[in-house]
Design a protein around this ligand. Structure first.
Ligand SMILES: *Cc1c(COP(=O)(O)O)cnc(C)c1O
Length: 446
């Protein structure tokens, strides 16, 4: 790594990542000033922001305007939603795809369709967005947390079986940050225990496990098209399945219970809700799908460049992928921070310093199983009717997640914007981290 004692020639042959910095400021004194971290009063590594998300161009404008003018804004009168569903199903290799209002309700409908009822238990990971768990408690079911594999940030598959009870109704793994969970082991447990698997793929559009798209390997896969996700339309979601019986159930549920085979007769298959995606959203999704592959390529190439460069910096470790992962689509770059390689600089100070360099970083998820709102949920009349005092008391003991607790202290995220620029934008992230590390002691004492 770059040191102040280096002569100018050594400067120029130092790591390529830092080459631009050394060229910008060949004079020693000036270099010292410029290389000071922003948090210590130096000039930020980044002089301009990363690209903004979502990416919008005339294709979005044309599709949206056309849908607007057609006046068939509800899918019951148009065909844009159905066209999108067909294209998304083809892309994933799924037999059926159904657009819905958002990822949260995709999960809610999926759990209903596989038979989750009040008083059941659903196995979930604790390191995820809260919606995964909200979908479970909205059914008055008990979320039972596995531990997390701190290496991959995913559900630890070795901790599933000891959390299963005779009330367990479903496994709900999440493919966090575009990185697939260990589907081989999860599906193996599911088969042996005859439990359905609902995949929360809300962060993992087009990610692959052994060449197949995640969301299509379990019984049901759920996607989110919320603005920040890598296929966005503001708010939206999708349920995919290979099973026609489940598709019939989703279709009815998302359309006020109407049986899709009865058409105009308007018979009801079962009770339902209204989760229909609008034609306007589907129009935006079709336009976004046109640029999806190109943006994925850029995100993935930049992520690989970043991970390679970070190997040179001790104390910052990207999340690993399982051997079965054949494609990580990097909705988030997930990393672990080790303060001992940064002179004991606490994670929060490190992240503040990184943000001041212009890098969009934050501290990841908190331990979900410890969220106080869950205690209030379990104290409700409904839960006390459905679960004995003993079962609710034992719940926290069953859900102990020591690896997850450690990960919540160490983890940090970079948002996808960090991957949407040029290779030089990636290099600037590495330069920022390296600069903070070299000045870690001064930052800690400042
Ligand atoms: C975004 C997200 C959801 C919920 O999707 P919405 O469309 O925001 O309702 C569920 N699970 C995970 C892991 C998510 O990231």
């Amino acid at each position: 790594m770059l040191r102040f004692t280096l002569g100018r020639r050594e400067f120029l042959t130092a790591s390529t990542v830092l080459a631009s910095a050394s060229l910008r400021s060949a004079g020693g004194a000036r270099f010292v000033a410029e290389s000071l971290p922003a948090v210590l009063g130096g000039t930020p590594v980044r002089s301009r922001p990363f690209p903004t998300w979502p990416v919008v161009d005339t294709r979005d404008e044309e599709r949206l305007l056309e849908a607007l003018r057609r006046k068939e804004w509800c899918r019951l009168y148009g065909n844009i939603t159905a066209t999108f569903e067909q294209r998304w199903a083809e892309k994933l290799g799924a037999r059926f795809a159904l657009g819905v209002v958002n990822g949260t309700n995709a999960l809610y409908a999926a759990l209903a369709a596989v038979g989750v009822e009040p008083g059941d238990e659903v196995i979930v990971p604790p390191y995820t967005f809260v919606a995964t768990v909200n979908a479970v408690v909205q059914h008055y079911a008990l979320p039972v947390f596995t531990d997390t594999d701190a290496n991959t940030f995913q559900m630890d598959p070795t901790t599933i079986e000891d959390r299963i009870s005779n009330r367990t109704r479903c496994l709900l793994p999440v493919h966090l940050g575009g990185n697939p969970a260990d589907l081989d082991r999860i599906l193996d447990v599911a088969r042996r225990r005859s439990l359905p698997v609902v995949e929360d793929a809300c962060q993992a559009h087009a990610a692959e496990w052994k060449g197949r798209k995640v969301g299509t390997l379990g019984d049901v896969g759920c996607f989110s098209f919320q603005t920040t996700k890598i296929l966005p339309c503001g708010e939206g979601g999708c349920i995919v399945t290979q099973r026609e019986d489940l598709y019939d159930a989703f279709h009815a549920f998302h359309n006020n219970g109407r049986d899709r085979h009865l058409g105009e007769q308007k018979g009801y298959l079962h009770q339902g809700s209204n989760l229909r995606l609008t034609e306007l959203q589907a129009a935006v999704l079709l336009a976004q799908l046109d640029k999806f592959d190109e943006l994925c390529r850029r995100r993935e190439a930049n992520a690989h460049r970043l991970e390679t460069a970070l190997k040179q910096i001790p104390g910052v470790e990207p999340a690993a992928s399982y051997a079965g992962c054949t494609r990580n689509t990097y909705y988030i770059v997930m990393l672990r921070y080790d303060p001992s390689a940064f002179a004991g600089l606490p994670r929060e100070r490190f992240l503040t310093a990184l943000q001041q360099e212009g890098v969009p970083a934050w501290s990841g998820y908190r331990p979900l199983e410890k969220e106080p709102f869950l205690e209030r949920v379990f104290g409700s009349r409904a839960y006390r009717r459905l679960f004995s005092e003993n079962e609710l008391r034992q719940w926290s003991e069953r859900c102990r997640c020591p690896q997850n607790d450690a990960l919540c202290e160490e983890g940090f995220f970079l948002s996808q914007e960090a991957l949407l620029g040029e290779p030089s934008d990636v290099d600037s992230i590495v330069e920022a981290i390296d600069r903070i590390r070299r000045y870690a002691e001064q930052i800690r004492e400042s």
